[in-house]
Design a protein around this ligand. Sequence first.
Ligand code: FE2
Length: 377
Amino acid sequence: MSNADPKNNTFINYSEKFYNLLNNSIKDMVHTVLVVDDEPDNIMLLKRALRKSRGLNLITANNGEEALRKVRELNGHLTLIVSDQRMPKMTGTEFMKIINNEYPNIMKIVLTGYSDVDAMIDGINDCQLNYFLIKPVDLQELKLIISECISLFELKLSKSILSKDLKELFFTTIKSISSALDAKDTYTHGHSHRVTLYSLILAKELCVDDSMMEEIETAGLLHDIGKIGISEDILCKPGKLTDDEYETIKKHPIIGKKILVGIKKLDKVRDWIGSHHERWDGKGYLEGLKGAEIPMPARILSIADTYDAMTSNRSYRKGLPHEVASEEIKKCSGSQFDPDIVKIFMKVEHIFKEAIKDPIEYYNKYSILSKSLDHKE
Ligand SMILES: [Fe+2]
């Protein structure tokens, strides 16, 4: 890579610093390894083999039940479990199956005798073992495999930290842009966040999956991003707009599409934003799309956007009560709005009515993007 561009240099330097910091903190980790075997001699052997390995915290258990208790006490904060297959009460694969369900990131090795191989193979897919080794095990080989498992665990960990950081960066950037947008138009303060909230309420009732909910949330936060390109004199004008001013405002979906061009992750969102002022009867803008030609999330955004426009205060008028806005939406079913989504609106409008009293609290409740950041990776 060329170092000619000083901006790039700065970026590379920061990236390198970040990666080094991440790698060093992972390298400094103490890895907890649990050895499970009902034969004390085998445990002693493994302990002796791993004693000199750096950065290992070795713990032991004599059977699956005791091991499970210890893993749960540690809340799954382990790197690796090495378990014997044949043990009283619970076999190694039965134990590993529970571990895989509860703590899928822990690396798993099972040691087994020849006679148990067939039975074990049946259970392997259920517990996602990293290795199974036939006894007697060569201790040098086992040490190598353990160190390979630890490297793999570190790699998975750094990947998950990086992807979480990227997601957080993405979400906070989108939220900041949206807040900047809301601040630009003082009369519609909080509009983007409320439109996002209403869109999420409708999308949830439509049972869309989490990844689409994330995209709908992004689209809600950015749906008016094109207003960045519209003069504040027009945006914040109290009272009625002239025809020319209205034509200028109507450009915001196309400006929004232009702003987001080239951001691959936002390809779909970009299309929805461009269509959020289309109407079911084809009389909307930008392209005069009709019915199902309008992407479904854009049809959701359209109802959410109009509901907020009607219920929020303006400098020249007070927001309409929920009941009046609700009647208007029902009246426009099949003309401005998709009748199926209006039916969904009618099912959840009581939530709209409640949410309007405390949009921030409701937004936090419905936000998928902020929740996904808290998930266990
Ligand atoms: Fe808009």
